[in-house]
Design a protein around this ligand. Structure first.
Ligand SMILES: [Zn+2]
Length: 377
């Protein structure tokens, strides 16, 4: 398996407010180091990509894609908030921009005042709350560089999947996307996520497919197996039927306001969103039952491409998860997904989401990738 890595994804190092404390975020650069270290003794091939050194036209193509999928003023906020706060004396250079006041609809009983919450405020403190939904996603000095590098890995993964010649067609690529992406919407950060890498990947697939000769409209499925519900990804595709979103996640856990079985999509997209919540404390046997349901629904959709949002906060010791999965279980999960004739064949982009036991993250990731490749032998 080719594993795409950009050194710039290691730069982002922020603080979060959690359990009444300001602390270094669990989502930290050492996560990537752990994965790279475990990959060293395997046959998986790490491919280093540097966004700054990319071909100009490809970089422009990527930047256009991010701009087309995410709110322009939100992106500008991510890019500039840290330097603006430092320049105004509101933050030490090593600190993180964190929100302290959010535009909440229930603030007003009168509907006529709700419009007050729609316009980006000019005050820098108010802006940080306007563009975030929690206090986990601090904006530090190098956050923007890592966010762009991470999203670019998603884009590059798609490009390589779709441009590989038929003779040696790549079936799967992993992108070590850090920071992760599945929680942020296209105008709000949250859950350690800033730009939604799955959204970028899916729209890149569509863009490349439209350029093929003859052009075509691909059907795509997203399988999200991070411990937490991918609210941002669900939200983006909720009313679309060409993209099926399926998520297995902890019931009633972060991000708390989404992830129920009743959320099935709307309008044209009704029936194209499947949430499979599992109670905290669930075992690998219970997990694999949900994987079976997820795979069955994806097979019905008959996608041309799969995007896999892969998190390892399902690991039994994870500080932010509550399932009972062990390292070898990741191989079993990967094999179960690929056991499907369809999913064993279609091109797949694997994106890294969460996973916060740094000491075990690398081995858990390798176990999954080994299980995934085993099916190909
Ligand atoms: Zn997670």
């Amino acid at each position: 398996m080719f594993v795409l890595f950009d050194p710039a994804t290691r730069l982002h190092k922020a603080e979060e407010f959690l359990s009444g404390k300001l602390m270094p975020a669990w989502e930290c650069p050492a996560r990537i180091d752990s994965i790279l270290s475990s990959l060293e003794s395997t046959n998986h091939q790490v491919v280093t990509i540097q966004l700054a050194g990319s071909d100009e036209s490809r970089s422009k193509d990527f930047c256009d894609l991010v701009a087309a999928t995410h709110d322009a003023s939100y992106l500008e906020h991510l890019r500039t908030a840290h330097s603006v706060w430092v320049a105004e004396g509101a933050l030490e250079p090593h600190g993180s921009v964190l929100p302290e006041c959010f535009p909440v609809k229930r603030l007003f009983n009168s509907r006529s005042l709700e419009g007050n919450l729609e316009q980006p405020p000019t005050d820098i403190f108010a802006r940080s709350g306007f563009y975030a939904f929690d206090m986990s996603s601090g904006i530090a000095e190098e956050t923007w560089a890592s966010v762009m590098a991470s999203a670019n890995l998603a884009y590059e993964g798609v490009r390589r999947l779709m441009e590989s010649g038929d003779g040696k067609r790549l079936k799967s690529i992993t992108a070590l996307t850090r920071p992760p992406g599945h929680h942020c919407t296209t105008s709000m950060s949250g859950g350690y996520c800033y730009v939604n890498n799955a959204v970028v990947a899916v729209e890149a697939i569509k863009k490349f497919a439209a350029r093929k000769n003859p052009p075509y409209k691909p059907k795509i499925a997203i399988l999200d197996i991070d411990f937490h519900h991918g609210n941002g990804t669900q939200d983006y595709f909720y009313s679309k039927r060409d993209v099926l979103y399926v998520s297995i996640h902890g019931q009633d856990e972060f991000p708390y306001y989404s992830g129920s079985e009743q959320e099935v999509g709307e309008g044209e997209g009704e029936g194209y969103n499947l949430n499979l919540p599992l109670p905290c404390g669930s075992s690998v046997e219970q997990y694999l039952e949900k994987v079976k349901l997820a795979v069955r629904r994806i097979e019905e959709h008959r996608p041309d491409y799969l995007v896999l949002s892969l998190g390892f906060d399902t690991y039994m010791l994870d500080p932010l998860g509550a399932f009972k999965l062990d390292t070898e279980d990741y191989a079993a999960i990967a094999e179960r997904i690929r056991f499907s004739d369809l999913l064993g064949q279609i091109p797949t982009l694997i994106l890294l989401e969460g996973g916060y036991v740094v000491e075990r993250l690398g081995d858990n990731c390798v176990a999954f990738l080994d299980g995934w490749e085993r099916r190909l032998d």
